[in-house]
Design a protein around this ligand. Structure first.
Ligand SMILES: Cc1cc2nc3c(=O)[nH]c(=O)nc-3n(C[C@H](O)[C@H](O)[C@H](O)COP(=O)(O)O)c2cc1C
Length: 218
């Protein structure tokens, strides 16, 4: 008897044919190339173009992945924010390496980033925290991210206690347990979908002489 919950997706396929990516199309600097593609993703109205899959791993090599939001990028790297006590925070404290993947479906583009990870400075995290709506700032005090809760009500009780604690306080401060991580890239790949699965892949790798470009087989 066939499994009623099994999905056979073997015929679910799309042809990617929007564009091509050549060695001469890309910038010398991968961050400049990322900025150019990000602007095109925004222009194409990709929903939440700064959503990225973040992969981390325990020191013994058990991987985990989740979506987070890119909040800044420059020559120093790619920054996101979270609770340092979370699963990803603990994994990054023990094994400070990560990978990121963006999928911009309307453009048939993927960007992959790999590198070591460092914490953002407290000043940088405080500056970002101050831009968050009050509810999100209170949420950072309320949630111990990735811990097990008995039920939703426990979270709401904690929120009520936090609301009371900060009643009348305009500048809800940055919690010690919360802040940014920066992925400092040593490899960045730009992927453009092409027909017949013969996609274009251009990878930048950091070498002693700077960024080196390679075309990878699809
Ligand atoms: C679109 C989207 C954006 C998210 N952005 C963040 C984020 O910026 N920071 C964060 O800590 N979690 C974010 N999350 C939640 C994470 O996916 C995840 O549930 C949470 O960080 C706990 O992960 P962990 O237990 O592996 O640490 C986001 C989820 C989605 C779907």
């Amino acid at each position: 008897m066939s499994d009623p919950s099994a999905l056979d997706l073997s015929l679910l396929r799309r042809t990617y044919a929007r564009a091509a990516l050549g060695e001469s199309d890309v910038a010398d600097d991968p961050i400049a190339q990322f900025a150019a593609w990000f602007a095109e993703a925004q222009h194409a109205q990709v929903p939440e173009p700064n959503g990225m899959t973040l992969a981390t791993a325990t020191p013994d090599g058990r991987p985990s992945a989740r979506v987070v939001l890119l909040k800044s990028v420059d020559a120093r790297g790619f920054v996101f924010f979270c609770d340092y006590r979370s699963r990803k925070g603990q994994e990054l404290d023990a094994n400070a390496r990560a990978a990121l993947a963006f999928w911009w479906e309307p453009l048939e583009r993927q960007v992959r980033v790999e590198g070591r990870v460092e914490r953002a400075s407290r000043e940088e995290s405080a500056a970002y925290f101050a831009t968050r709506p009050r509810g999100s700032r209170l949420g950072a005090w309320t949630s111990r991210q990735s811990s097990v809760l008995p039920d939703r009500a426990a979270l709401e009780r904690e929120l009520a206690a936090v609301e009371q604690r900060f009643a009348g306080v305009d500048d809800v401060p940055l919690p010690d347990h919360w802040g940014g991580f920066r992925v400092v890239p040593d490899a960045i790949e730009f992927w453009q979908g092409r027909p017949d699965r013969l996609h274009d892949r251009i990878r930048y790798r950091l070498t002693s002489g700077g960024w080196t470009l390679d075309r990878l087989s699809p």
